[in-house]
Design a protein. Structure first.
Length: 124
């Protein structure tokens, strides 16, 4: 549902102040009934310009039989959809986690990719 111009103007200002100068004070409230989902893989990550969708997966191994290859199946465990703002926050936090893992020696920094040599053209 779209707001008409009067409602939009009221929504962007509170007590006569423009919305861009105001910040909301948001408190965290824990929910004891919030469930956790186990995942051992990322099945897919998609960004459509409006939201980031992440599908987490879980692997289930089939019954192991002697002299046969081990097989299994991967199932979706959870699908998460984030706004662009929340996606940026996730990226920033994961970069912090990556830096902490590097500092702890658990993760090694990726070697920088070699850049392709640019051929210079000299006029004749």
């Amino acid at each position: 549902m779209a707001l008409n111009d009067d409602k939009a103007a009221k929504a962007t200002s509170v007590a006569g102040k423009p919305a861009d100068t105001q910040t909301a004070s948001v408190r965290y409230v824990d929910r004891a009934d919030c469930t956790e989902t186990f995942s051992d893989s990322i099945n897919g990550v998609y960004f459509d310009g409006q939201s980031l969708r992440i599908e987490f997966g879980v692997t289930r191994l089939d019954e192991v039989k002697p002299n046969t290859p081990v097989t299994g199946r991967r199932y979706p465990a959870q699908r998460m959809v984030l706004t662009p703002t929340a996606a940026v926050e996730l990226i920033n936090r994961m970069q912090q986690v990556g830096a902490a893992l590097q500092q702890a020696g658990v993760l090694k920094a990726a070697a920088p990719k070699p850049t392709a040599a640019v051929a210079s053209v000299t006029p004749n």
